[in-house]
Design a protein. Structure first.
Ligand code: NAP
Length: 259
């Protein structure tokens, strides 16, 4: 299926590895030219070079922290009028919510809510004028199925989810959509590190814990990042203009309810 986005431009935040990179690669496979961001400039350049070589698209880099104004400005300077925006950032720390201080709550809010809102604000009216825009927020399955140990993440991401739903209907008439993808158990560095922290006292090795986590999924495996990227690319496609304000679970069937 031709997704109809060949030659479009995308800013993909937090994309040197993991889910962000998978989204960047899936868009590049459709002929989308990219600006990708991450804090570690060296790994970012390496990722960009690999995507360029594999997909023959333009890949510019904007090294920086997307949770800061300067990091976002660098991304927008490299691509002031993107057709596609993928909002992503690192997740906040896991732990007992009673131990988190005010600064940590504000930090999580910055990373997983405010950064995305600022980027949306910067690009969405231009998308509406040009009559094409696709915005994806990478959030978490926790938005629909919260977990106390990830309270920082849940609280901030639900704020972004509510905001997104509130504004989606304002823009769909101009062929600009905003949707969120809610991952769970995609095997990335972040997932390995979270499992390590949550199971530190279990007495089992990290590989054993990962195998147990995979076995506990209805899918009996972890998600593959390519699967995540492919869904992202479809939601960014020309065919997805009637689909907005949605929260799409990519969780191997773990979420137990209908809605
Ligand atoms: P990952 O493999 O650790 O990759 C994170 C990427 O984001 C890296 O490229 C990292 O590069 C970049 N990054 C992190 N903080 C950044 C910042 N402040 N500014 C710019 N770039 C930043 O993580 P992942 O698993 O893909 O997770 C992506 C998001 O999905 C996270 O918010 C995570 O909590 C969420 N999530 C993932 C899963 C899952 O199953 N993997 C489940 C639920 C939610 P630098 O470190 O160089 O900046």
């Amino acid at each position: 299926m031709d997704l109809g986005i060949n030659g479009r431009t995308a800013v993909v935040c937090a994309a040197s590895k993991g889910l962000g990179r998978a989204c960047a690669e899936a868009l590049a496979a459709e002929g989308v030219n990219l600006v990708i961001t991450a804090r570690n400039a060296e790994l970012l350049e390496q990722t960009a070079a690999e995507i360029r070589q594999r997909f023959s698209v333009t890949v510019a880099t904007a090294p920086g922290d997307v949770t800061t104004e300067s990091g976002r400005a660098a991304a927008l300077e490299a691509c002031p009028a993107p057709d596609i925006l993928i909002n992503n950032a690192g997740g906040p720390p896991v732990g007992d919510w009673r131990t988190f201080e005010r600064d940590q709550w504000l930090g999580a809010t910055d990373s997983n809510m405010v950064a995305a809102i600022m980027l949306i604000r910067a690009v969405i009216d231009g998308m509406a004028e040009r009559k094409f825009g696709r915005i994806i927020n990478i959030t978490s399955a926790l938005v629909k199925q919260p977990h106390a140990a990830l309270s920082l993440s849940v609280a901030a991401r639900l704020g972004l989810t509510g905001f997104t739903k509130a504004i989606a209907a304002q823009y769909v008439g101009a062929n600009v959509t905003i949707n969120s993808l809610l991952p769970e158990q995609f095997e990335t560095d972040r997932l390995r590190s979270n499992i390590q922290k949550l199971t530190a006292k279990s007495g089992r090795t990290l590989d054993e814990e990962i195998a147990a986590a995979a076995a506990s999924s209805p899918a009996k495996r972890m998600g593959r990042v390519e699967e995540f990227g492919a869904v992202c690319a479809f939601y960014c496609s020309a065919h997805a203009g009637y689909l907005t304000g949605q929260n799409v679970m990519l969780d191997g069937g773990r979420y137990p309810a209908v809605f």
